[in-house]
Every structure is written in C-alpha cells, then in structure tokens.
Design a protein around this ligand. Structure first.
Ligand code: UDX
Length: 433
C-alpha cells in the first residue's frame, strides 16, 4: 500500500514510521521546511523512545520518505492520512480545525485515482462530513472515500501502542474505503488486534468518549485520594482493591497531581463544546474538567502546607516537569501550575527534568534550571517530586537529606513508600496516604 501522512508531528510521524515498518510505502509530508530538513538529516522533532532508530531503519530500506511537497506525496497514494494538529481554539475551547480543512482542500486538489482520505487527528463529530464536502468541492470528479481512524497512542509508549493496539477503530460510510483500511492495517490484525468498523460519526465520538472516560477515572481516584487523607486510608490499596474487579480494571487509577498532556485537557474541552452545540450536557465530564483544573494549583498549596505554610524566602527543588515521564512534552503539565503557585507564595524554584527543560524554559521564567537532581536539591528547603521519571525512583536518600536544608519530601506521584521515607528521617507528604 502507498500511504501518505499529512502532518509529521507526533501522531503522523509515529504512525507513518510504523506503517513503513510493516512494509508499506510511506511518505510523510509537513509544511515546516525546517522540520522536514531535520528529519531528512535523521533528527527527530520530538522525544519518543525508539523512534529515531525506527525512522533510520525504514528510510534506509527505502520505505519511508519525507517531503514538504503535498502534491507529490498525495498523487499516487492509496490512503492519505490527515494527522495535523487540532489545538484548542483560543477563547472558546473548540478544536481548531483550520489545519484539517486546509489539508483536505489541498489533498482534494492533488489526488488521482481512487483514494481513501483518513482523519487521524482528533476531530469533533461531523468533521468527516465536512472533509468530504471540502474535497468534493475542490475536485468535483475525484474518486475518494473519507474515513475516521482515531489514534490511541500514549506519548512515551507510542510505538508499542501502535504495533500492539487494544483495538483499531475504523469509521466508514462505504465498503470500498473500509476494504482499503483493512489492507492498511492487515499486518496488525494478523497480530489479532480487533478491528471495529463503525459509522464515521461513531468512530469520531469513540475517541472523545474514550479519553473523557480515562480522564474521569484519573479524576475519580484523585478525589478518592483526598478523602483517603482525611479518613486515614491508603489510596494505593484502594486503587488495587477496586482495580482487581474486572469490571473496573486496574489501569488509570494512579492518584497524582492531575492529568495533563496534549490530549486529555484538550479533548475533554472539545467534547464539552460538542455537547453544548448539540444540547446534550455531559455533566460528569464538566465536573472532571473543573476538578482537574483546581487540583493542579491545589498541589502547589499542598507543598506550601508541607513546608509549614510559609515559603517566603524559601527554595523548593522540583524534580520532573513534563506532564508524564518519557516525553519532553510540557503541554498542560501539572508542574506549570505547581511552580506558579509556589512562586506566587514567594518561593524560589530550582528544577530538573531529564527531557523537558527546553520546553519548560519557554513557559516558566524565574526558575533555576539544574543539570541533575542533586544539583536541584542542594540547599533547598524541600524536595517535591512532580513527575515520576524512573531516575527519581531510587534517589540516594542519605545524599538527598544531607543536601537539603530541612528533610522535607513531597511526593506527588507516590513513588516512595511512607515507611522507607520515614525510616530515612524525612518528613514525607504523598497523595492519598
Ligand atoms: C492519552 C491517551 O492515553 C491516549 O490513548 C490518547 O491517544 C492520547 O492521550 P497521553 O496523553 O500520552 O495519552 O498520556 P497518558 O499516559 O494517557 O497520561 C495522561 C495524563 O494522565 C498524564 O498527565 C498522566 O500523568 C496522568 N495519569 C495517567 C494519572 O495521573 N494517573 C493515571 O493512572 C494515569
């Protein structure tokens, strides 16, 4: 199959590379000349474990190309994926579809022969209809089908998620397009990944409903964690106790500082907008969004509280800035609100993150960025762990204690156990324990 990815960002690049690795002939297109030049030179625009090697292998095998020339990429393709960004529109929270529609128009002008256009970007219900209309308008004689094929890739585990998905969702309005998609995903369903074929609007909603449900699960356990603290229960055991019930499932029940990232915050907001447009209120998701927003600043206040309610003139060492480990992504990271709250309360923040500091510097001024965890900790009045990078899981606690002015440790990801930290002589605050 000849596959073209429009948009060589996170989703497009990972998906395109994995399709190439399955033996398809793939072209990744992007308007950003600099990005394409860097990709041609083997440099990745994002940090994703394993991606650089996979790109190199497939480029070398001649199955993966990069170009800024959309027409050239699209003209002979069997399937053209739209994987451009759909950021939250400033002001109203709606997903901004201008990049998707612009891509659709250009694709329409470039296709030759029967082509399936696939929306991979997360798009509100009904976008597929509009993409179909735009292409039809741009090329009245074009022979094409439009399908929705949402992605379910987690940053940091995206290659594995692509190659071993829980399911593949294809939203299609015609058999011919569905057949092309089955060919595209053939290597995967031979691996026994279930393919769910639905109507197009249903597939579009599956993506939003899935992410909103996961965000709800996280927010639910976060509120239960607050209750645990009040009643003297342990949220880790509560998670395990409920998660072992198959109807609930163990995943996404880790209490923490609130969800962030490029998907959950944006997609929950977009779902709420759609629900307003169609007058079908999603009260649970509304509550989730509000609770999660409040939680991020509350985590800053929790640190202030652990430091005796007054941090003026004090220094906090923050370890972990990205919204989760194994990414350099700072989008909607809880660390942003946590650090701002600490600074508003008068504290100085020293910080270290293995991959996120370049992005963090653009968002957070007045932070002292350090070269390693111990440099951040040295001379601080407290240590706050905000993102659970593996390298923070086995800190040399004696060294940490000797470097801190006071042995105060706030662990917003529960990566240590209260007993071991108490034994090491720290005043320890964690989540829901
Ligand atoms: C998510 C979805 O998992 C993926 O299917 C979708 O396509 C894109 O959005 P991602 O944003 O990369 O992926 O990260 P994920 O691992 O889902 O974590 C999202 C946020 O929730 C992070 O801030 C993480 O720290 C938080 N989280 C996750 C928790 O606080 N507790 C959990 O139990 C799980």
């Amino acid at each position: 199959m000849r596959i073209t990815m429009i948009g060589s960002g996170y989703v497009g690049l990972v998906s395109g590379t994995c399709f190439a690795d399955f033996g398809h002939d793939v072209v990744c297109v992007d308007k950003d000349q600099g990005k394409i030049e860097r990709l041609l030179a083997g440099k990745m625009p994002i940090y994703e474990p394993g991606l650089e090697d996979l790109v190199a292998r497939n480029v070398q095998a001649g199955r993966l190309r990069f170009t800024t020339d959309l027409k050239d990429g699209v003209k002979d393709a069997d399937a053209v994926f739209i994987a451009v960004g759909t950021p939250s529109r400033r002001g109203d929270g709606h997903a901004d579809l201008s990049y998707v529609y612009a891509a659709a128009k250009e694709i329409g002008e470039a296709i030759t022969g029967y082509t399936v256009i696939v929306t991979k970007s997360t798009v509100p219900v009904g976008t597929g209809d509009e993409v179909e209309r735009i292409i039809g308008e741009a090329a009245p004689d074009a022979d094409f089908g439009v399908v929705s094929n949402p992605e379910f890739l987690r940053e940091g585990a995206a290659i594995d998620d692509f190659k071993r998905p829980d399911r593949i969702v294809i939203g299609s309005e015609d058999e011919r397009a569905t057949d092309v998609m089955r060919q595209v995903y053939r290597p995967l369903y031979l691996n026994a990944a279930p393919i769910l074929v639905t109507r197009r609007r249903t597939a579009e909603l599956i993506k939003y409903a899935g992410n909103a449900f996961l965000a709800t699960k996280i927010t639910f356990i976060n509120e239960i964690a607050d209750l645990c603290e009040k009643v003297g229960a342990d949220v880790k055991d509560v998670s395990r106790g409920i998660g072992l019930d198959n109807r609930i499932g163990a995943k996404f029940l880790h209490a923490g500082p609130g969800y962030g990232g490029s998907c959950f915050p944006k997609d929950t907001l977009a779902l709420l907008k759609t629900s307003q447009d169609y007058d079908a209120p999603q009260r649970i998701v509304e509550a989730v969004v509000a609770v999660n927003d409040n939680r991020k600043r509350a985590m800053g206040r929790k640190i202030v509280h652990a430091m005796g309610d007054d941090v003026r003139g004090k220094t906090v060492a923050v370890l972990g800035l990205t919204f989760k480990p194994n990414t350099d992504d700072m989008r909607d990271s809880p660390a942003i609100a946590v650090i701002q709250t600490l600074q508003d309360a008068g504290a100085t923040v020293k910080a270290y993150d293995p991959e996120g500091m370049e992005q963090a510097e653009k968002l957070l001024g007045d932070v002292v960025y350090c070269k390693g965890p111990y440099e951040a900790i040295e001379g601080a009045d407290a240590l706050a762990i905000v993102t659970e990078w593996d390298q923070f899981r086995a800190l040399d606690l004696d060294r940490v204690k000797s470097l801190l002015k006071t042995p105060v440790l706030i662990d917003l990801r529960n990566i240590y156990t209260p007993d071991e930290i108490a034994a090491a002589g720290f005043q320890y605050t964690s989540i829901g324990r």
